[in-house]
Design a binder for this molecule. Sequence first.
Ligand code: PLP
Ligand code: SF4
Length: 328
Amino acid sequence: MNTPTAPWQRQLAEAFSSIDALCRQLQIDPASLPLLPEFKDFPLRVPRGFVACMEKGNPADPLLRQVLPVQQELQQFPGFSLDPVGDLDAVAEAGVIHKYHGRVLLIATGACAVHCRYCFRRHFPYQELQLSSQKLDKALTYIAERDDIAEVILSGGDPLLLNDDKLENLLLRISAIAHVQRIRIHSRIPVVLPARITPALLETLAGLPQKVILVLHANHPNELSTEVGDACRQLAMHGVTLLNQSVLLKDVNDDSDTLCTLSEKLFGFGILPYYLHCLDRAAGVGHFEVTLNRARQLMQTLQQRLPGYLVPKLVQEQAGAAHKIRIA
Ligand SMILES: *Cc1c(COP(=O)(O)O)cnc(C)c1O
Ligand code: SF4
């Protein structure tokens, strides 16, 4: 059913991995950018569709800023570490993170379609934790043996990077566990690679007896192209509840106009704003941090300007905490 040359897989293979090629496409002189000289452990990766949403000739483009490896990543910030959210302490079984009540995270794959420079899992030892077929049995047994687990959250990496067959197999095995009532997918792929939302995937999702929730990760209204809108409409038509989680990022989306437009555009695509996430303090991402005071100010403006259902919850992850911390 799924061939290695599905259009989305071809697009993935054609993603930009060279700064020079990316700069040529965007008509920007690479010499004018404060580039990181060496970034092999977390290389440039950005699908062409996402690049098409960037403004040509603008080195400060908010989408470009999210993917461009820059010198500031070498800067040390106090309190920024390799495992900022305590994921390693919460690994219950290979590929299973059990730190939230009633729900577990399954690391379906370590790979992503895009490499976001602000990513809190950029140092995560995926190779050790991601689910090989041998480890999958144990992970599913862990879930099956605990009937207080009502929700399974596919995370990563990006779970939608699995091909249709693998994903269908995984979803069907999860859905066969009687006490699992909801299956949630956290993914940036509908935004950066909407062609991945294939008819086969839609059919699989629609056929699951559980409620399916897809939490997209969009940070800026410019990311929401017509193609993204079409993919989201398809998902909604197949019974998927769509939510969005953004990360608050300096010089990307830390102004109220951008955040208001994002919420309104998301709703136009059938997506409810869920979380506005404060940056997780991973080493190398400090230049993206927005102060808590500024974050609170922005929230106040959003509350003044938007209906309540378009105001995301401002939250922060705290190592060891059993839920995200809501910031008042
Ligand atoms: C926060 C988070 C979750 C689960 O938290 P909820 O409060 O249940 O939404 C799962 N995956 C990721 C990547 C998260 O950031
Ligand atoms: S898609 Fe998500 S997990 Fe992957 S690099 Fe971006 S923020 Fe990190």
